[in-house]
Design a protein around this ligand. Structure first.
Ligand code: ATP
Length: 227
């Protein structure tokens, strides 16, 4: 899969969905497909974070397992791929650096669309080098249940966003990885919230069984990739 990505993709319109994916679920897959179709992209690339800047490293499922679940989840969709750019380097996954590396890989003609949940949008000005991010990619924010329009305040703080923001009404799936982990810990079902292969992987490997293991993350919402 990486060989394909290493080929220069000049002229491509590529969507990028970064996240912890602990685990990947239908919320992620549905927004990825929505963006792919709405923006007529060439492909969607999932970029799992190694050490997400906003989330404490302790308690996050080992990257190889998160990557395997992601690989299984996207295997049936020919325009979904995966990049290990963030897990193959040391240190936190700053978005600006991720985009720089991806652009290096795909060439200057590639148009990049960086997808985030609208819940992360309000934090954009406080990410590391937001202007640098906007110089390289258009932000695509998907509305998520509970979204409040924050654009006016955002543009005041980050004027460069004016021509670099696309707000899309996403499929409103109130699924979160936090909730899935909690459910597994409590012995409640996650079926139909994530692909069956992912569910099977979680059960087979006994992931998320320990209640409270991720308690430190309960207040940390959805900013996996977001500095
Ligand atoms: P957690 O609950 O552990 O914070 P998460 O479910 O938000 O995880 P992440 O891997 O952190 O998943 O998310 C990656 C990206 O996908 C983020 O930009 C997040 O806002 C977005 N996202 C996740 N779930 C949904 C959903 N149900 N609808 C829309 N966007 C989503």
């Amino acid at each position: 899969m990486f060989e394909r990505e290493r080929e220069p993709g000049g002229g491509e319109r590529v969507g990028i969905l970064g996240g912890t994916f602990d685990p990947v679920h239908y919320g992620h897959l549905a927004i990825a497909e929505e963006v792919y179709c709405a923006l007529q992209l060439t492909r969607m690339v999932f970029v799992p974070a190694g050490l997400p800047p906003h989330k404490p490293a302790a308690g996050i499922t080992p990257v190889q397992q998160r990557v395997t679940m992601l690989e299984c989840a996207i295997a049936t969709n020919p325009h979904f791929t995966l990049s290990l750019v963030d897990v193959q380097r040391a240190g936190p996954s700053y978005t600006v650096e991720t985009l720089r590396l991806l652009r290096q890989e795909w060439g200057p003609r590639a148009e990049l669309f960086f997808v985030i949940g609208s819940d992360s949008l309000k934090d954009l000005p406080s990410w590391y080098d937001p202007e640098g991010i906007l110089a390289q990619a258009t932000i695509v924010a998907l509305t998520r249940p509970g979204y409040v329009d924050v654009r006016a305040g955002l543009l005041e703080r980050l004027p460069a966003l004016k021509d670099r923001l696309i707000l899309l009404e996403g499929p409103l799936l109130a699924i979160s990885a936090t909730d899935l982990r909690q459910r597994v810990a409590e012995g409640r079902p996650i079926k139909y919230q994530t692909p069956e292969v992912v569910e099977e992987y979680i059960l087979r490997h006994g992931l998320y069984r320990q209640a409270g293991r991720r308690a430190e993350r309960q207040e940390d919402t959805h900013a996996a990739h977001a500095i």
